[in-house]
Design a protein around this ligand. Structure first.
Ligand code: G6P
Length: 607
């Protein structure tokens, strides 16, 4: 989704602004732009397409300067085009914005009546005119931004410059992330630390309602009431090369291959002597788990699929009722909450607008507590939760989530097992679950070695328009995740079904042209799944089966790929990996933009 970079310095920083945008490309975008404050005016370049197109324009125009703002846009209001690209300008004032301004139509009408002319269809342009109109009434840039944001409804992170105050950038956030970076003789703003990692490791995570003013040698923060405040400075543990592709042709492939390490990191320090350390969830965890009577899981996209797997584990192991729901539905449906319900959000970014809104809504319900499974420690979702279990996947750049998903499953397994232990799970089953987790990094590495075989399978999908994915139990959400990966990056229409539902509709689609992918663990539902696959085979469907080694040998239909033997906790993680590789290779063979699929964004900070 949209990205912001702002810099005030004593040297020419145009290349740093553009490099910052390039580092944010992974979030997904459709156009980019920069404004520099130069002399007594501002100069702007914008381009539809990629940051490299903007870079070419910069070389042509020679734009440079010491102070500027830059943006990658992901269209919400108005088509992707140069005239809708940010920064937006009003006289000597310019703004970049992430989020959505819900009252933009009312503000637009008012500002038009005041004589301001609009040149885009965006909601953002009202902010530029609003700030400009406050400056014309005599306010300085900081006061004008404070007055303007007080009139905005919706979500925003913004950075604003004005030629009236060269060298100053003012930022503000509400409902969308914005961070300040501290440098030597220069200061920065960005929507994401990755934009600034080559420049600094020292960051301030602004809080809701904060307004920040930076100059090359000063950084001042004000809270929503306009009072000066100090916010903690944090050192980022990410290194700039953590976001380097290395020798891999795509981030997605690199991230798929990082899974054994990411899983090992997620387990590190969390298991001792065959026991999960309950305190890893938070100081109150022991008591809260003992009081948990039910669990509501809320998430979006891939994280939702992780939640669906966890639902099976929580009910099977802990015997605690559990629901898993998409955040955008939950937040508008008036959920009924029984006493003793734990509210659990899952999010890679910790900033997904719908998940965050659901979390806020949960405060108006009698939940026992809020818990987050998340990959970004400083994120809003983490900060608003009492119990937290961090995934340690490291930065994930490919829009299609891979290592974030597998580490979410690992974190959720730790939680489910602990909850189950608190409720008297049979110690042998508990120990077996913990052991499965400990063996997982090695088993995932084994699956990665199947890459050449999976690449060969992928060739059969290249000309297809559709694919069906089947699974049962925890492997139904695994099938959903496999279908999501395939459609996200290869643009092949893929649907996942619980295999038992096949004959209630999708079987009608099966013919010799329909590839059917099935994940087949050696579990209690094995025979039922086999019958479902017979039904496919009988109709000429082409089967691609990823099967546990204990069952693969008995399979005489379709293409069968053998996965390591795995128990109830490890199996969904292990089965996910070949589906990720399958989607990856199909996309590469089809020549799509694997890391930045069309129309999609990594972190969806708008509703
Ligand atoms: C976007 C991303 C997905 C992700 C979803 C939820 O759609 O492209 O990969 O699963 O958002 O994001 P979250 O950060 O909350 O996990």
């Amino acid at each position: 989704m949209c990205g912001i970079v702002g810099i005030s310095a004593q040297r020419n920083i145009i290349q740093h602004l553009i490099a910052g945008l390039a580092a944010l490309e992974y979030r997904g975008y459709d156009s980019a732009g920069v404004v520099m404050v130069a002399g007594d005016g501002i100069a702007r370049i914008r381009a539809k397409g990629k940051v490299r197109d903007l870079q070419a324009l910069q070389r042509e125009t020679g734009l440079d300067g010491h102070c500027g703002i830059a943006h990658t846009r992901w269209a919400t209001h108005g088509v992707p085009s140069e005239h809708n690209a940010h920064p937006h300008v009003s006289g000597p004032t310019s703004v970049v914005h992430n989020g959505i301004i819900e009252n933009h139509a009312v503000l637009r009408a008012r500002l038009q009546a005041e004589g301001f002319e609009f040149t885009s269809e965006t909601d953002t342009e009202v902010i530029a005119h609003l700030v400009e109109s406050h400056q014309r009434q005599g306010k300085d840039l900081l006061a004008a931004v404070q007055a303007a944001v007080a009139e905005l409804h919706g979500a925003y992170a913004i950075a604003v410059v004005s030629a009236r105050e060269p060298g100053v950038v003012v930022g503000a956030r509400y409902g969308a992330p914005l961070i300040a970076g501290l440098g030597e003789g220069e200061q920065y703003l960005a929507s994401d630390v990755h934009a600034l990692l080559p420049l600094t490791r020292r960051f301030i995570y602004l809080e809701e309602g904060d307004v920040v003013k930076i100059g090359h040698d000063a950084l001042d923060i004000f809270d929503a009431e306009g009072r000066p405040v100090r916010r903690e400075i944090r050192e980022s543990h990410f290194s700039a090369d953590a976001v380097d592709r290395g020798e891999y042709p795509h981030y997605m492939l690199k991230e798929i291959h990082e899974q054994p390490q990411a899983i090992a990191d997620t387990l590190e320090g969390r298991i001792a002597g065959g026991r999960i350390l309950t305190q890893i969830l938070g100081v109150e965890a022991e008591r809260l788990l003992a009081e948990t009577q039910s669990v509501h899981i809320i998430a979006c996209g891939t994280s939702y699929h992780a939640g669906l797997v966890a639902r099976y584990w929580i009910e099977q192991l802990a015997g605690v009722p559990c629901t898993a729901e998409i955040a955008s539905e939950y937040r508008y449906r008036n959920p009924v909450v029984r006493e003793g319900t734990l509210f659990l959000t899952i999010s890679q970014s910790g900033e997904t607008a719908d998940t965050l809104a659901a979390l806020k809504l949960s405060r108006q319900r009698p939940y026992l507590c809020r818990m987050a499974v998340c990959n970004v420690p400083e994120s809003s979702i983490v900060r608003e939760s009492e119990l937290v279990l961090m995934t340690r996947a490291g930065p994930e750049i490919g829009v299609a989530s891979t290592k974030a998903f597998s580490t979410q499953l690992v974190a959720l397994a730790l939680f489910a097992l602990e909850l189950a232990r608190a409720r008297g799970l049979d110690p042998a089953r508990y120990s077996d679950g913990v052991r499965q987790l400990e063996l997982l990094p090695g088993q995932v590495a084994q699956v990665l070695a199947l890459d050449p075989q999976i690449r060969r399978l992928a060739e059969a999908f290249v000309q297809k328009q559709h694919a069906l994915f089947l699974g049962r139990g925890t492997h139904w959400p695994v099938a959903m995740e496999g279908a999501l990966k395939l459609k996200e990056i290869s643009y092949i229409h893929a649907e996942a079904y619980a295999a038992g539902e096949l004959k209630h509709g999708p079987l009608a689609l099966v013919d010799a042209d329909m590839p059917v992918v099935a994940v087949m663990p050696n579990d209690a539902l094995l025979d039922k799944l086999k019958s479902n696959l017979e039904e496919v085979s009988a109709r000429g469907g082409q089967l691609y089966v990823f099967a546990d080694e204990d069952v693969a040998t008995g399979m005489d239909k379709g293409h069968v790929l053998t996965l390591p033997r795995a128990g109830e906790i490890a199996a969904p993680v292990i089965s996910t990996v070949p589906l990720q590789l399958l989607a990856y290779h199909v996309a590469v063979l089809r020549g799509t933009d694997v890391d930045q699929p069309r129309n999609l964004a990594k972190s969806v900070t708008v509703e």
